[in-house]
Design a protein around this ligand. Structure first.
Ligand SMILES: Cc1cc2nc3c(=O)[nH]c(=O)nc-3n(C[C@H](O)[C@H](O)[C@H](O)COP(=O)(O)O)c2cc1C
Length: 206
């Protein structure tokens, strides 16, 4: 499926076929495609928990406004954004940049300064925005890749973030920008038409 077709076909699916499973291999392939998403300085400040077992999906449903699709989907992906990815990943990214020829080692210090200058100290709001923004790009790429692999998705932010953190052992400083249900459309379900505001209403050419 080409990318334009995947964009057009993607819908937020409310009714998943609860009898369908997706293999771990397929989910890993999907996430690997997702990691092709761009990220600031290539810092990739994201993590994912793949919720597949019926017990854990039930627990997640309780944290997610009791949304039935959470339990019916073959899997639900918890997208986690890590504001501390700067500390964790920067050295590794810079090493790779030098190794692959993106930069010379003399440029290392200037890049470190640029990153901290842009995203501030660990607990700053800038850090939270950085992590959540990049992880949202990742989640969107995963959703389009899923479409390409013949799967359906549904992004959600109707959940209690603290409850999910507690249930799945996610540390306090991390952020959950969204969870995404993944699976197959229940047979016989017809989707309602989608609507969008016209491009002219939200676009200015200057
Ligand atoms: C960040 C985000 C959070 C959302 N949260 C929910 C949710 O908790 N429950 C839900 O039923 N739909 C949720 N949606 C789905 C939207 O309602 C849906 O994408 C929108 O109505 C457009 O429909 P379409 O995706 O089928 O084109 C969410 C979408 C996004 C992008």
């Amino acid at each position: 499926m080409d990318v334009l077709e995947a964009i057009k076909r993607r819908r937020a699916i409310n009714f998943f076929d609860p009898t369908k499973e997706i293999s771990d291999e397929t989910i890993k392939k999907l996430l690997e495609l997702g990691t092709m998403a761009p990220s600031s300085f290539n810092l990739q400040p994201w993590e994912v928990i793949v919720v597949k077992s019926q017990d854990k999906k039930k627990a997640l449903r309780r944290c997610a406004s009791n949304q039935k699709k959470v339990e019916d989907a073959s899997a639900v992906l918890i997208f986690i954004a890590d504001p501390e990815a700067v500390e964790k990943n920067l050295d590794r990214v810079l090493d790779k940049n030098i190794e692959l020829g993106y930069m010379k080692s003399e440029g290392r210090e200037a890049t470190v300064n640029a990153v901290y200058g842009l995203y501030g100290p660990k607990d700053s709001i800038k850090r939270k925005i950085f992590a959540a923004k990049n992880t949202a790009f990742f989640a969107m790429t995963v959703m389009l890749a899923a479409q390409g692999l013949g799967l359906e998705t549904h992004p959600m932010d109707g959940f209690d973030e603290e409850a999910i953190k507690k249930e799945f052992g996610i540390s306090e400083g991390k952020i959950i920008p969204c969870i995404v249900a993944l699976g197959y459309l229940q047979p016989g379900v017809t989707l309602l038409p989608r609507f969008r505001f016209p491009v002219d209403e939200m676009t200015k050419f200057v």
